[in-house]
Design a protein around this ligand. Structure first.
Ligand code: ATP
Length: 243
């Protein structure tokens, strides 16, 4: 589904944020991109979704393929049409729009008819019943967990085949994090949506992912199946504080 080959991203012509990252997201899988603050997770996701091209950063080396086609130079809006959607770190809901208006704003990306929009909303409400209850509430007045659900729901309204999720657990209570990751797992299992999830919360991410990559200062230092990584002594020493 997605193949990233040896990419390098430089900010402002000077800051090397990602240096030689390669990774793959097989169709229908959940892949975790793990690492501490500043490791390069967000930048890697932005390179994949086309946002690096739109900002102060440059993709100075490497290539990206989506569904077998080169996507390295494809613009962010075209990539959404092709099926990649990016849920940014920090959620970025429209606080003064209602929950439902936020969801609809995602649906417009593909210019659907009224009926398709309604079907899309019903699908999101089936996955996130809380959002149905709050559909008339301004998103800015909902909880952090609900805002994360709005951000994911809005992304799903574009009908993606690959969702890039940046730090979905950030600032949320463990029970809500669990609820969100459970929904992601179910969406993956029943609708075959693939996910690439950047996370600092390694135990939660590996509980739900099939495969993971660990980034440190812009490089992949470890990768493997979720089971392999959970048993890896270097990962336990560095991140899980188990030994
Ligand atoms: P976080 O969880 O804090 O977002 P991260 O693993 O996602 O961390 P990135 O945000 O990709 O890491 O940052 C990688 C490196 O690039 C860091 O050194 C960071 O300071 C730098 N960086 C990120 N965004 C910018 C930017 N807009 N301008 C300049 N440098 C940046």
């Amino acid at each position: 589904m997605l193949r990233v080959n040896d990419i390098e991203v430089i900010y402002d012509g000077a800051i090397l944020a990602v240096s030689g990252v390669s990774l793959a997201v097989p169709q229908g899988s959940i892949v975790a991109l793990l690492g501490a603050n500043g490791a390069g997770k967000s930048t890697t996701l932005k390179a994949i979704s086309g946002l690096v091209r739109a900002g102060r950063a440059a993709l100075s080396r490497g290539s990206i393929h989506f569904k077998g086609q080169p996507s390295t130079d494809t613009s962010a809006n075209l990539l959404v049409q092709q099926g990649i959607v990016h849920v940014l770190e920090g959620r970025h809901v429209f606080p003064h729009l209602t929950v439902e208006e936020n969801l609809i704003s995602g649906g417009f990306v593909r210019r659907p008819g009224r009926q398709a929009l309604q079907t899309g909303l019903e699908r999101i409400y089936a996955w996130f019943p809380r959002l149905k209850e709050k559909r008339k509430v301004q998103a800015g007045y909902t909880s952090g967990g609900e805002q994360q659900m709005v951000a994911i729901g809005r992304a799903l309204m574009t009908n993606p085949s690959l969702v890039l999720l940046d730090e979905p657990s950030m600032g949320l209570a463990p029970l809500i994090v669990q609820e969100i990751f459970d929904i992601v797992s179910q969406l993956n299992a029943s609708e075959n949506v693939s996910f690439l999830i950047a996370e600092q919360n390694i135990p939660v991410a590996l509980k739900h992912a099939h495969y993971g990559y660990v980034l440190e200062t812009g490089k992949v230092v470890l990768s493997g199946s979720a089971e392999q990584l959970l048993q890896d002594s270097a990962l336990q020493d560095a991140y899980l504080g188990k030994r």
